[in-house]
Design a protein around this ligand. Structure first.
Ligand SMILES: Nc1ncnc2c1ncn2[C@@H]1O[C@H](COP(=O)(O)OP(=O)(O)OP(=O)(O)O)[C@@H](O)[C@H]1O
Length: 311
């Protein structure tokens, strides 16, 4: 596998008038890596993806794509494909015609149209006009158009947007198989569960600044103490026992904006205190029916790193 980094960015900045969309971003994406970009609305994700696609140039910093320095012109090297703000398609044409037009423009890929349409699950509608397509079907076709160029860096802005669960699974499968052959994939998403399932590394942006970049497991480890939902056979006894465990706090349901449920207790504490709680509950004849984090560890880390109220 080619060891040239797909992306190497140092101190990238980009402003639109007074708005600082990116503020000194460093980013490394290795070949064959699926890298997720997350952040609240307006964090700068689309702006960063646009720079990688050559749709705009940075105001400052250094950017290397597939080993080639990208200067102040809008040229990115061959081997980069993808889309931001939805794929650009010809609505009056069919998927097959869209891909044929693209293959003609590029002078290659026309023999791969059928297999590419099949890969993204559009074989059955290959000859229907795309004007009536759903958002999810357009997303699939956008991905097909990108795949046809055999990219070494694939850049996708919210590719799972509008996809049903089966569509999301198909896209994950395509991206995972692409990465296994050395293509780097960078994608934005608002769904931490998707990113956890798909990405090797994630970068979190917040109002143009980088607040985390690294392996998904490292991010999950930053979630600190979590809140857990505890369902037992005897909620009143469970509450009394939980209140006696050192380091454990029993929370009110409205702390979490959750629907009140008399059978469920909310507790916050470190894992050893939870272990102690379970042992005590079982010892007292209280059956534990569920103990699960209210917010998944990755989501909790994301919220802690980007939550303005707590900052
Ligand atoms: N062409 C533009 N002109 C002016 N401001 C812009 C432009 N593009 C982006 N911005 C601003 O830059 C900031 C970053 O926007 P960007 O679209 O990159 O965020 P994002 O993380 O992709 O957001 P979202 O999750 O809502 O898609 C925002 O404040 C946005 O309003």
């Amino acid at each position: 596998m080619d060891q040239t980094p797909a992306v190497r960015a140092r101190g990238i900045s980009k402003s639109f008038g007074d708005i600082v969309a990116l503020d000194g971003i460093d980013l490394d994406i290795a070949a064959g890596q699926i890298h997720g970009l997350v952040g609240p609305n307006g964090a700068g994700k689309t702006t960063l993806l646009g720079l990688l696609l050559g749709l705009a140039v940075a105001d400052g910093g250094e950017l290397e794509i597939l080993g080639t320095p990208v200067g102040r012109s809008l040229l990115v090297p061959d081997g980069v494909a993808g889309f931001v703000d939805g794929p650009g398609l010809y609505p009056s044409l069919t998927p097959r015609q869209n891909l044929s037009a693209l293959a003609k423009l590029r002078g290659s890929g026309s023999d791969e149209i059928d297999t590419t349409l099949e890969r993204v699950g559009l074989s059955d509608v290959a000859d229907d006009r795309i004007r009536g397509f759903s958002l999810g079907m357009r997303q699939r076709l956008g991905l097909a158009a990108a795949l046809l160029t055999r990219p070494r860096l694939l850049v996708l802005d919210e590719p799972a947007n509008g996809l049903d669960p089966a569509g999301t699974r198909d896209v994950h499968r395509v991206l995972t198989s692409l990465a296994s052959t050395g293509t780097a994939v960078v994608l934005s998403s608002h769904r931490m569960d998707d990113l956890a399932a798909l990405c090797h590394e994630v970068t979190i942006l917040d109002t143009g600044r980088l607040v985390f970049t690294g392996p998904v497991a490292k991010l999950a480890a930053e979630s600190g103490e979590l809140d857990y939902r505890l369902r037992t056979s005897h909620p009143d006894n469970a509450r009394r026992i939980a209140e006696r465990i050192a380091g454990l706090t029993v929370l009110a349901a409205d702390d979490q904006h959750l629907r009140p449920d008399p059978d469920t207790l909310l507790v916050r504490g470190p894992v050893p205190a939870l272990d102690e709680l379970i042992i005590a509950l079982v010892g007292a004849g209280v059956a534990v029916r569920e103990l699960a984090p209210v917010v998944a560890p990755l989501e909790a880390a994301f919220l802690a790193l980007t939550d303005k109220e707590t900052r």
